[in-house]
Design a protein around this ligand. Structure first.
Ligand code: F6P
Length: 547
């Protein structure tokens, strides 16, 4: 019998349940702040350039203490140390989990099976930097001798979302003379729209795939090669227009990309934790190697904080524990991430994979079905847009939706003065939403405005909606690295408490296998044995519509 107790069987879990029963009916943010205005300063943690305010949460000192006791009992920090040491904590895949080694300094020593992996990490970073510089300077030319002006990253999941998100986030730091596109969807329209206005002679394809067997990526890369060769007419062109980012040299060679043009990473880097590895090559070309290294430094600031900060001031631990409080004790099903920055427009989509692929699990590390809630649904879009769409439900709906509000004090430098002047309005919205969500508007306040009695219930805001406010001076490469590492480790904390393997993703396999079986039925009308009646009817309808 496994000897790890299920989380709800721990006395610390029961203590939190009792605490919830005793205090929740009385937990009101107005009252909490009235009783202790100092929580506005006390419930703030600073990490690197981030100021993380968790004062507007439905917690007291006692709640936080009990949550930390749960973290202690589940040995979150022990598992953290095992991860940083390179132990094989991804047990179902028997792999180390060492994305933190991707940003370790050159002189660090991190061993996997007795081998220090850090020199290899820096060797690849150096090769990437050399290649990025050659593309940026125009020294690396296409097959016809023309300069590369367009970079198209072909990948999906972790091989797409990270670089695409970070490119968007750091646009102000990118070389604006180059065009960057990110193709992920096996819908041919994606590649079509990404390439239709590009000159093949000026286009570099970066095929990003950890396994290099992902059908969407291999299919798109094959079509991209055809597009290129149709224009340039010479197989040799592939060497100048295709590079690969992968752990699988054999498949890369099999596809026809010279492994001299491959930038490697390792099986101890999970796909959703990989954009600071070779998978970030497109980003490095966009922002340059120095900025890329600044981003890695930002990741490292939070890594070091996660390892060294005491539990009471450990930001990933605190955020992870707050999520556990809502998810497991207050019944929240989802978590909204609402950046007040246009540049972070893809940030939540990136976090969806990071969080939901990591913690969307229903058996624990021992393979037992979980009788407790695991990862939340993560969702959101940039805040001001959301305000005019779905915030109504957060304010006055029936669901508890904890939210993160993320904003920056300064707009990017290149905006005109007029556009910079809009920034205070943007940030006023962030602050106003946090305020309205937390403190609402009472019926008395509504009445005092002279609102007719029958309208009072409609115009009353219950408030008490929890938010974290993350502020930084500006969105730099380092700050982006800090933000991503913060969420990576938050996800880690929660997986550790729920006793699940946050680093496998078996749940995506079944759909892939079935898609391969169904495709011949769609394409050729082939009989697929064992097809369920509903899918069989849909296959028939599709073929009928397609005529
Ligand atoms: O199918 C899920 C997944 O394996 C993700 O975990 C991964 O990020 C994505 O597919 C892409 O995988 P690859 O980089 O091997 O092409």
């Amino acid at each position: 019998m496994p000897d790890v107790p299920e989380p709800p069987r721990r006395p610390q879990w029961a203590a939190l349940e009792n605490h919830r029963a005793d205090t929740l009916p009385r937990t009101d943010l107005r009252e909490l702040f009235a009783a202790d205005p100092s929580r506005a300063e006390r419930y703030v943690v600073r990490v690197g350039d981030l100021r993380i305010d968790y004062s507007k949460h439905l917690v007291t000192d006692e709640t936080l203490r009990l949550l930390r006791e749960l973290a202690g009992a589940t040995d979150v920090f022990g598992l953290r140390d095992a991860m940083f040491r390179g132990e094989r904590i991804n047990t179902t895949e028997d792999r180390a989990v060492l994305h933190t080694a991707l940003r370790a300094p050159r002189d660090a020593v991190i061993e996997v099976d007795g081998e220090n992996v850090v020199p290899g990490v820096h060797a690849v970073l150096d090769r990437m930097a050399d290649f990025a510089d050659r593309v940026r300077s125009g020294e690396w030319t296409g097959h016809t001798g023309k300069r590369i002006r367009n970079v198209v990253n072909i990948g999906i999941g972790g091989s797409d979302l990270g670089p695409a998100m970070a490119y968007e986030a750091l646009r102000a730091y990118t070389d604006r003379s180059l065009t960057f596109r990110f193709v992920s969807n096996v819908d041919g329209a994606d590649l079509h729209e990404a390439t239709r206005d590009l000159d093949p002679a000026e286009t570099l394809f970066i095929v990003a795939s950890k396994t290099f067997t992902t059908v969407e990526t291999v299919t798109n890369a094959t079509s991209a090669r055809t597009w290129l060769l149709n224009a340039l007419g010479d197989e040799k062109a592939v060497a100048k227009h295709f590079v690969a980012l992968s752990t699988n040299a054999e498949e890369v060679a099999g596809f026809g990309i010279d492994t001299a043009n491959m930038f490697e990473f390792w099986d101890w880097v999970g796909g959703r934790y990989s954009y600071d590895s070779a998978i970030g090559l497109s980003l490095m070309i966009a922002i340059g190697p120095d900025r890329f290294r600044e981003m890695l430094d930002g990741f490292r600031i939070v890594d070091e904080h996660f390892v060294n900060a005491p539990a009471e001031a450990n930001a990933p631990l605190i955020l992870g524990l707050l999520g556990v409080w809502y998810n497991n004790f207050l019944g929240a099903q989802s978590h909204a991430v609402l950046p007040y920055s246009h540049y972070l427009s893809k940030f939540t989509a990136y976090l969806q994979q990071l969080d939901m692929e990591s913690n969307g699990k229903s058996v624990d590390r021992e393979g037992r079905p979980v009788g407790w809630q695991t990862g939340p649904v993560v969702w959101g879009t940039p805040g001001t847009n959301g305000q005019h769409a779905y915030y109504q439900l957060i304010h006055q709906g029936t669901k508890l939706i904890p939210a993160d509000l993320i904003g920056f004090a300064r707009p990017v430098d290149e905006l005109s003065d007029e556009l910079k002047a809009q920034h205070d309005l943007l940030m006023a919205n962030l602050l106003a939403q946090g305020q309205a969500l937390a403190f609402g508007k009472t019926a008395e306040e509504v009445r005092a405005e002279g609102v007719p009695e029958e309208q009072v219930p409609h115009r009353t805001f219950r408030g008490n909606h929890p938010t974290t406010t993350i502020l930084a001076r500006e969105l730099t490469p380092s700050v982006l690295g800090q933000l991503v590492a913060l969420y990576e480790h938050k996800v880690f904390v929660q997986g550790a408490i729920w006793n699940i393997d946050s680093f496998d993703q078996w749940g995506v396999e079944l759909g892939k296998v079935l898609a391969k079986r169904v495709e011949p039925a769609l394409a050729e009308g082939a009989r697929v044995p064992g097809l369920d009646p509903s899918t069989a009817a849909l296959v028939a309808a599709y073929r009928e519509f397609r005529k």
